[in-house]
Design a protein around this ligand. Structure first.
Ligand code: UD1
Length: 339
């Protein structure tokens, strides 16, 4: 069965392609290579022994997209990762973010109506919850005004899909709200390839350990948490990838309770920045050069997921540990640094 994965050469996309292929799905990837690399195709092929079909295409190019769906008329489901994701950049270039993340979503949904493709999975984010009122966060927690255009594209994206689902009863959709994906495939054949200076914690940690960055800045140690550093729910990207297969199978087997559903995808466990640093040092037997600096604007204190709904409805649960993720992330960093 053919599944389209947009952004399939990206960090989460590539691991999801592997998970799909391992379950026997035939994958077609669309990617514009704006924040990814063709070499990822080789990494995927090395793991699964099967090269996915690849189409270099920018989803903003509507005629090209129409042409794509004319050529591939047997796609049964779409997993839509392709989007811009840098919070800081989105504040500087809001229109680019709205164009990249929302017009492309609309074009895809239009093509799905046109071609009667019914199954859609959307990459959303726990960023929609903002600073939560209680923890762990369930899917019922209120959506807070977004702090960045990036975060807003995830909220608006969900609304666009919800409205589409209302208008077209035959359309089936799931939004997965990711917590913080980290790690890499244990084979070190694929992983995260950040462009420029990493904004996220783990690639900054691994690049510091590799000597690419001199020092990691820990953003704030005066949060109201046990050790004063902020808490997140870090999930191994391989677990996260598998949640997409579970969501897809729910769609394909008509197990949905509503034709637009939302699930938190995390581990249910919160870890502080200092816990991450200490664990990274322990599992990889090295020392990390870091210093405490001021808080980063827009960061929330603590976020972790209530994963009960995903467990019950998707039959999915994270099985890898933070230790696994930090080991795999370091193994991946060493591999790309040695090239
Ligand atoms: C960030 C985005 C979020 C987005 C996600 C995508 C912000 C405010 N949030 O999440 O909207 O969905 O990335 O991956 O940018 N930290 C350091 N030093 C660093 C980097 C990070 O101490 O050099 C800390 C942060 O303060 C935070 C934690 O590490 O407490 C995780 O940060 P990060 O990896 O950037 O993820 P989020 O901020 O949770």
């Amino acid at each position: 069965m053919k599944i389209l994965v947009t952004g399939g050469l990206g960090f989460i996309g590539s691991h999801t392609v592997v998970a799909l292929q391992e379950k026997g799905y035939e994958v077609v990837i669309i990617d514009n290579l704006s924040n990814s690399n063709l070499s990822v195709l080789d990494g995927i092929t090395k793991i699964t022994g099967r090269k996915p079909i690849f189409e270099q295409l920018d989803l903003r190019d509507k005629p090209a997209l129409v042409d794509f769906f004319n050529r591939y008329d047997d796609i049964k489901g779409i997993i839509h990762f392709a989007a811009s994701k840098a919070v800081g950049e989105s504040l500087e270039k809001p229109l680019l973010y709205y164009e990249n993340n929302l017009t492309t979503l609309i074009y895809l949904l239009q093509q799905m109506q046109e071609k009667t493709i019914h199954n859609f999975i959307f990459s959303s984010s726990c960023t929609v919850y903002g600073e939560p009122e209680s923890l762990p966060i369930s899917e019922q927690a209120p959506i807070k005004p977004a702090l960045s255009p990036y975060g807003n594209t995830k909220q608006i994206g969900e609304e666009i899909i919800r409205d589409t689902a209302k208008a077209y009863p035959q359309f089936n959709s799931i939004a997965l709200r990711y917590f913080n994906p980290i790690g890499a495939h244990s084979s070190a054949a694929i992983g995260e390839l950040p462009l420029g200076v990493p904004q996220n914690l783990i690639p900054f940690v691994t690049q510091t350990a590799a000597g690419i960055r001199e020092q990691l800045s820990v953003f704030g140690d005066n949060y109201p948490t046990p050790d004063g550093t902020a808490i997140r729910d870090y999930i191994h990207v391989v677990d996260l990838a598998e949640s997409h297969v579970a969501a897809l199978e729910r769609l394909l087997n008509s197990r949905q309770k509503d034709n637009f559903e939302v699930f938190n995808i995390g581990t249910g466990r919160g870890s502080s920045v200092m816990e991450i640093i200490n664990t990274f040092e322990t599992v990889n037997d090295l020392k990390l050069n870091y210093k405490i600096v001021d808080r980063r604007e827009g960061d929330v204190t603590a976020v972790w997921a209530d994963t009960g709904l995903a467990e019950k409805e998707l039959g999915w649960k994270a099985r890898l540990t933070m230790e696994d993720a930090l080991r795999d992330a370091w193994q991946w960093q060493q591999k790309i640094s040695s090239k």
